[in-house]
Design a protein around this ligand. Structure first.
Ligand SMILES: [Zn+2]
Length: 191
């Protein structure tokens, strides 16, 4: 897996910049700041940001948001499963943080062409950190009858410092949505 920012094309950096803007929108909404864009033929065709808090659904990661926009759009246009797969095979995903295992598996099954990410996801990363789902399906999954992932080309470390600094700022401010320890408040005595 390459991780040399200086080798990136100006386009790659421009698309990652848009992904970072999505992450900032997430931060403004008190969500963990992760954002992404999906690009086809040099054009952004979908974007997404983390919405796990707003939706109260731990699976609404930035990648899932963007994928669902495309699936809905293509299904509305009457595209067949084959045509949807063909479209995904021409798409690039730019995401500020390494896709987690769930998102990496989804991207692999959908057959996305290429993924570029910012910082590594040391806890849940599915593109090299914990599992390497971008390399395609493995034998243990096959035996479970799980849909087969085709794998995808993957490059990490693109504008990683920007991505990390957003996450760091978010966690340093204290996640307002994190469960708080129960502490009796002084004013409660007056109620
Ligand atoms: Zn994810």
């Amino acid at each position: 897996m390459a991780s040399h920012e200086e080798d990136c094309s100006p386009d790659t950096l421009a698309f990652m910049e848009l992904a970072i803007q999505q992450a900032k929108l997430a931060m403004d909404s008190l969500e963990v700041p992760v954002g992404c864009v999906i690009v086809e033929d040099g054009k952004v065709i979908a974007s997404g940001r983390n919405r796990t808090t707003e939706t109260r659904n731990a699976t609404r990661h930035a990648e899932m948001e963007a994928i669902d926009i495309l699936l809905e759009h293509w299904q509305k246009n009457g595209l067949s499963k084959l045509e949807v797969a063909e479209n995904f095979s021409n798409c690039y995903l730019y995401v500020t943080c390494e896709p987690c295992i769930m998102c990496a598996a989804s991207l692999s099954i959908l057959g996305i062409k290429e993924v570029c990410y910012g910082c590594a996801n040391d806890k849940f990363g599915g593109c090299g950190s914990i599992l390497s789902l971008h390399l395609g399906s493995s034998e243990p999954l096959k035996s479970l009858g799980v849909p087969q992932g085709k794998g995808f080309k993957c490059t990490g470390g693109i504008m990683a410092s920007e991505a990390v600094s957003l996450l760091r700022t978010f966690y340093e401010q204290g996640n307002p949505n994190a469960p708080k320890p129960h502490r009796p408040l002084a004013h409660q005595a007056t109620h």
